[in-house]
Design a protein around this ligand. Structure first.
Ligand SMILES: Cc1ncc(COP(=O)(O)O)c(C=O)c1O
Length: 470
């Protein structure tokens, strides 16, 4: 009998409708997370001490499981409301110079600048490597003796590039390496011991909902990052202690207020799901599904920004016509993040063939929707559902010159290649004109309009309707 893959229970727990490819933005909650949340909420509704304590214990359980997934001691992990809270704990306690990528998510950049402005003991040095993809070389080039820390996302939210943690560690030496792990934790399997600060949240790839943040502070990080944002949950003693208590030992110091046990329960449940499946296998499967997205993009000639040999679940596309692609994806019920000129597609282990089919169909539609496939002369009205209408002036009075004039105008109009592939002017004198086959796919000049053209009421423009081939 074939051994059943350890991944199977995780894969089959993806119970949402086909078409969801936006895990990098938000991960719809797993059934186990939903069930656990309901159960713990019921316990918190009883008012019984045993129930409250049972749920409160989820905080410690979540810390232990996060530490286990990171392969690190539990006392180096502290729960946080979010990734950005974890980054703030690190940045506000830093001195010296921190290097951050100029195009990283604002949680990294902005938090560093806020900390620098607030305390006046930190300088921020931004680096902007080619395509916004951070390499160890780019970091090494920016280092000098003033640099005390380097902070970046392990998986870039925009390009999907997976940074080389080992190479970065080599480059930074014994300076602090601060990693925003939200797009990586649970779906990438690096040696996490290489990073001094690791912070993330479970609401994307872990499917745990918001509020499920965490942070790791290594012994080196704890020695060099002052717990300036330490609050009541990060102090020694309880509320009866007067004066200013010292911060707790370990990562627990970097905490403002007690954690939400319901959030901790969601985090614990989701991390357990990954541990049960095996993070290495999860990571391999996520890479494979993302590679499926790349293969589809290649088939439809959509440029891929993401490095093909260094990615996790995010694939960033730079389509020639982003709005046409975004519209086609929406029409096919495919959920992605479309931002400016790029479309970010993010796949998870549960991304099935049905979802990839929808994606392929959308890509196929977008491949044809931007082409001029029909040119109609002098139409008064065009159907409202056409994707685009381009109106060009008809410059020549001579019917024999019409076709050439049309194509000349088409060539100058702002339409992307390949616009028009074949021209056919049925039953008209211009049908005999020599047309460039590579330019127009199908051009129709209807008889009524020809009549107009021959008479006094000759129209002085031609309407090119851009329509779907299907
Ligand atoms: C790289 C990166 N960092 C941080 C965040 C924000 O995370 P949080 O809401 O946990 O602070 C995001 C959200 O998209 C992100 O992509």
């Amino acid at each position: 009998m074939e051994p059943v893959s350890e991944l199977e229970p995780l894969i089959s727990s993806f119970d949402l409708a086909a078409g969801y490819l936006d895990w990098a933005r938000f991960g719809p909650l797993s059934p186990a997370v939903r069930a656990e949340l309901h159960a713990d909420a019921e316990l918190l509704g009883t008012g019984r001490a045993a129930g409250t304590e049972m749920v409160a214990a989820r905080v410690e359980e979540a810390r232990e499981l996060v530490a286990q997934l990171l392969g690190l001691p539990t006392d180096e992990v502290v729960l946080q409301p979010s990734t950005t809270h974890g980054l703030a704990q690190a940045m506000f306690g830093l001195e010296g110079t921190v290097i951050v990528p100029a195009r990283d998510f604002p949680s990294v950049r902005v938090t560093a600048h806020r900390a620098a402005d607030a305390r006046g003991v930190l300088t921020v040095r931004e680096i902007d490597p080619a395509d916004g993809i951070v390499t160890a070389e780019a970091v090494a080039d920016a280092l000098d003796d003033s640099v005390t820390a380097v902070a970046l996302s392990l998986v870039d939210f925009r390009t999907g590039a997976l940074a080389d943690l080992a190479a970065l560690r080599d480059a930074v030496g014994d300076r602090l390496l601060i990693i925003d792990a939200i797009q990586a934790f649970g779906v990438v399997d690096p040696d996490w011991t290489l990073a001094d600060v690791i912070t993330g949240n479970g609401y994307k790839w872990l499917r745990a909902g918001r509020g499920t943040g965490f942070a790791r502070f290594s012994p080196a990080a704890r020695a060099r990052i002052a717990p300036v944002l330490s609050g009541i949950s990060g102090m020694v003693g309880d509320a009866s202690v007067l004066g200013i208590p010292s911060a707790r030992d370990g990562a627990a110091a970097y905490s403002v207020a007690p954690s939400d046990p319901l959030a901790a329960a969601r985090l614990a449940t989701s991390v357990r799901e990954i541990l049960d499946a095996g993070v290495a296998d999860v990571a391999a499967e996520v890479r494979a599904r993302a590679a499926d997205v790349i293969a589809l993009a290649d088939r439809y000639d959509i440029p891929v920004i993401t490095p093909r040999d260094a990615h996790a679940g995010i694939i960033a596309l730079a389509p020639r016509d982003p709005s046409a692609l975004a519209a086609a994806l929406a029409n096919h019920g495919v959920t992605v993040t479309a931002r400016g000129t790029t479309v970010r597609v993010s796949a998870h282990v549960g991304t099935g063939a049905d979802t990839l089919h929808l994606l392929g169909d959308a890509f196929a539609d977008a491949a044809t929707s931007g082409r001029v496939v029909a040119a109609e002369y002098g139409r008064d009205s065009v159907e409202a559902d056409l994707p685009a209408i381009i109106t060009i002036d008809l410059p020549d009075d001579d019917p024999a010159q019409l076709a050439d004039a049309v194509f000349e105008e088409v060539a100058h109009a702002e339409i992307e290649e390949p616009e028009v592939a074949h021209a056919e002017f049925a039953e008209s004198e211009v049908a005999h004109a020599e047309l460039d086959e590579a330019e127009v796919e199908h051009a129709v000049i209807d008889e009524a309009d020809e009549h107009d053209r021959a008479g006094d009421e000759r129209r002085d423009e031609i309407v090119i309707t851009v329509v779907d081939e299907s």
